[in-house]
Design a protein around this ligand. Structure first.
Ligand SMILES: N[C@@H](CCC[C@H](N)C(=O)O)C(=O)O
Length: 276
């Protein structure tokens, strides 16, 4: 099956986006892995699929595959690219778009100055729902991780699971050493995305994320939301935080109880055709 796709990026977190509303195709994890290869394929961090919704109160269904072929629940930078894609491909004329994900509804808004605002929903903190092995919620967990030692982290799900570690200097953080070990450690049964957060002040952080199923990316939208939620719960941050990632900046706003709002760019790089 040969289909049209768009290559897109949000702060350098890059995607292949495929419309399966007007095209037909079947997504196979092994083909996602092949196409994600930066030398033998197209190269991307995630593949995003636009589908017809399964319920009447939303506009589309949004499916996400990591570079390793695993299907996941949510992707923040991808959500902004999704909004830009359905608008540019004229799949909808709406600038406010409701989208069904594997873990609930997210709301996307295209602003007149080219940004996309995403209502990412409420953070999930109950350990069983993250999922994380712990008796009860704690703002910060202390755990022995084999191969590393004692690690302190916050645990938040934005639909997908995140562990957030505070570091003094994000540039020298052990992202590639600790990231893969924590990603697959025993405390997170579905694996986990691992964020390394440097607090600059109560309204600014620097962040690098080792993503589950993709490795370190230039930016992670859900990771930025999770870091801000964790930083506020641990008393280091106040509502309204600028998150500086290797690929650029996101603005994250959380009032401490309702939805997390993420604002940032989404860019189309080129269009192409590929065999699924
Ligand atoms: N890049 C993303 C997150 C993609 C999914 C993640 N790797 C997972 O496995 O949960 C973002 O911008 O949020």
């Amino acid at each position: 099956m040969r289909v049209k796709f768009s290559k897109m990026q949000g702060l350098g977190n890059d995607f292949v986006v495929i419309d399966l509303v007007t095209q037909t195709g079947r997504i196979r994890p092994e083909r996602v892995r092949e196409l994600s290869d930066r030398h033998f394929g197209i190269g991307f961090d995630q593949m995003l699929i636009v589908e017809r919704p399964t319920r009447p109160d939303v506009d589309f269904r949004y499916r996400i595959y990591n570079a390793d072929g695993s299907e996941v629940e949510n992707c923040g930078n991808g959500a902004r690219c999704f909004a830009r894609f359905v608008n540019e491909q004229m799949l909808t004329g709406k600038r406010d778009i409701r989208v069904e994900t594997a873990n609930g509804i997210i709301e996307l808004h295209l602003t007149s100055d080219g940004q996309v605002v995403v209502d990412m929903g409420q953070p999930i903190l109950t350990p069983a729902d993250i999922p994380m092995l712990a008796e009860q919620f704690m703002p910060e967990y202390h755990r022995h991780v084999p191969g590393i030692g004692d690690v302190r982290f916050g645990a938040v799900s934005m639909g997908n699971p995140h562990a957030v570690i505070r570091v003094n200097d994000v540039d020298s953080a052990p992202v590639h050493e600790w990231g893969p070990i924590i990603e697959s450690c025993e405390y997170f049964p579905n694996r986990v995305n691992v964020g390394f957060m440097q607090v600059v002040n109560s309204h600014a952080i620097r962040l690098r994320v080792f993503e589950r199923g993709s490795g370190e990316t230039l930016a992670c939208g859900t990771g930025a939301c999770a870091a801000v939620v964790s930083g506020q719960l641990r008393g280091w941050l106040e509502p309204g935080v600028t998150v500086s990632l290797p690929g650029g900046q996101l603005n994250i706003d959380w009032d401490g109880k309702s939805s997390v709002r993420m604002t940032g760019p989404a860019v189309t790089v080129y269009d192409g055709r590929v065999n699924l």
